[in-house]
Design a binder for this molecule. Structure first.
Ligand SMILES: Cc1cc2nc3c(=O)[nH]c(=O)nc-3n(C[C@H](O)[C@H](O)[C@H](O)COP(=O)(O)OP(=O)(O)OC[C@H]3O[C@@H](n4cnc5c(N)ncnc54)[C@H](O)[C@@H]3O)c2cc1C
Length: 404
């Protein structure tokens, strides 16, 4: 049985993924009594995450980045190559971090190293109570929320952060529905070794089934995210190592030379889902509990970390002003601060994915024209790069390197 946890000014974070851990660390560091409830993450996740500059700054500010930086590779150049073979083909577009005065757009890191670093930091914080258990329900109960865990424990908090992933029970408990669309695609993920250096360049080949992306890892290694129709994803996942290496070399046009595949292959059906609201009934949703998008343009967890940073900033400010941290104004402020960022990026990724799948000439023309303009017009290209890194208007304080 967990220790009783009863606090009118405390927070329960539900989940154990990167969004939950980041929120819990930020809240505990900001002086709020915080509990984190969730099962430790599975070791089978072979994905990597391209963390953009703001996310890296936030993790650094929280004392996490120094625990995993040695396992991350800088992303200095991002290339988009039209490999659709269609009539309307876009020019190749090359984004260089140096063009906007940065050394790097961010870093790519294997998820296992990122979550290990977050776990290590979380365990070192005295104000953070970690409960290795699943949450069964959460319900508003006067000025607190009662959170029930599988082994019978009840946690009470003024504010619950639902960071429990795409099938969030916190979202259901808050009575929030989602707008969803399923795509006929699956992302096949794996890591590879190659004979030529990647030069810290991430290359996204746009194909008729979706993007095929090679993202640098330290040394002569890269991660592969290959978006395919379902049958091809099944077929490729079942190939032996030598056959799959040949297919990857073909799809990558041998830009990093000879390929050797590493163990573990993941498959992730693509879908988009956005919660209709991000908070209600003293429950705020962060990460994939609030929004799921296809893995195009490295936006998913970067948005999730901005959610975690924002709700922590708003709740800590309320606490310092002597206010109830779960009151409707706090939730409304969080909602307002996150809506535009999430909705605009979800729309952009959804549109791009649909134009790749579409045989409709005007849709292909639109994508081609967009990339042509980005390639030719320097100020537009630089604006796109800056916007890709995060919202131009207001980044959460942690993303600007300010402690909460
Ligand atoms: C192929 C692929 C590549 C990607 N690449 C990138 C990238 O390069 N950059 C990027 O920014 N994003 C990327 N993403 C998106 C990113 O992986 C997700 O946004 C991120 O993993 C979501 O993190 P999360 O913490 O919100 O959810 P999750 O990682 O799903 O964590 C949810 C957690 O909640 C826990 N949980 C669930 N139910 C309960 C419960 N009832 N009680 C307690 N705990 C519970 C689970 O055990 C889990 O620990 C990629 C996604 C895919 C599919």
């Amino acid at each position: 049985m967990p220790e009783p946890y009863d606090g009118s000014q405390s927070v329960v974070v539900v989940g154990r993924g990167p969004a939950a851990l980041t929120a819990a660390i930020a809240l505990a560091q900001g002086g709020l009594t915080t509990a984190l409830a969730g099962k430790p993450p599975s070791k089978s996740d072979n994905r990597t995450t391209a963390l953009l500059a703001g996310s890296v700054t936030a993790l650094d500010t929280l004392g996490v980045w120094n625990l995993c930086a040695a396992h991350a590779a800088p992303l200095k150049v991002m290339r988009i190559v039209d490999d659709t073979g269609r009539l309307w083909r876009a020019p190749e577009v090359m984004f260089q971090a140096s063009e906007i005065g940065l050394d790097t757009f961010g870093y790519n890191i294997e998820n296992r190293y990122l979550t290990d670093a977050l776990e290590q930091r979380a365990r070192g914080l005295p104000g953070l109570h970690i409960i290795d258990d699943e949450v069964l329900s959460a319900g508003e109960d006067g000025r607190t929320v009662a959170v029930k865990t599988r082994d019978g424990g009840i946690l009470r908090a003024a504010l619950v952060i639902g960071a429990d992933g795409r099938n969030s029970i916190c979202r259901t408990a808050a009575g929030i529905g989602t707008d969803e669309r399923r795509y006929p695609q699956v992302a096949l993920t794996l890591c590879v070794r190659h004979s030529r250096p990647h030069q810290y360049t991430s290359t996204e080949f746009h194909t008729r089934t979706g993007p095929f992306t090679l993202v640098p890892l330290p040394g002569e290694r890269s991660s592969v995210v290959w978006v395919l129709d379902r049958a091809s994803a099944e077929h490729n996942a079942a190939l032996d190592d030598a056959e799959l290496a040949r297919e990857i070399e073909r799809a990558s046009h041998s830009i990093v030379g000879k390929i050797e595949v590493e163990p573990k292959r993941g498959r992730f059906p693509l879908h988009v889902a956005t919660a209709r609201r991000f908070a209600d009934k003293r429950i705020a949703l962060v990460g994939e509990a609030a929004h799921v998008i296809p893995p195009i343009g490295a936006q998913g967890l970067n948005m999730g970390l901005r959610d975690a940073a924002t709700i922590s900033e708003v709740a800590i400010a309320a606490h310092r002003n002597g206010l109830d941290i779960g009151n409707p104004d706090v939730l409304a402020r969080y909602e307002t601060m996150r809506q535009a960022d999430v909705r605009s990026r979800t729309l952009a990724v959804d549109l791009l994915n649909r134009t790749l799948l579409s045989d409709f000439l005007p849709a292909q023309g639109m994508r081609g024209l967009g990339l042509y303009l980005i390639d030719r017009i320097g100020p537009l290209r630089r604006a796109v790069m800056r916007e890709g890194l995060g919202p131009a208007t207001r980044q959460p304080r942690l993303m600007r390197g300010e402690a909460l």
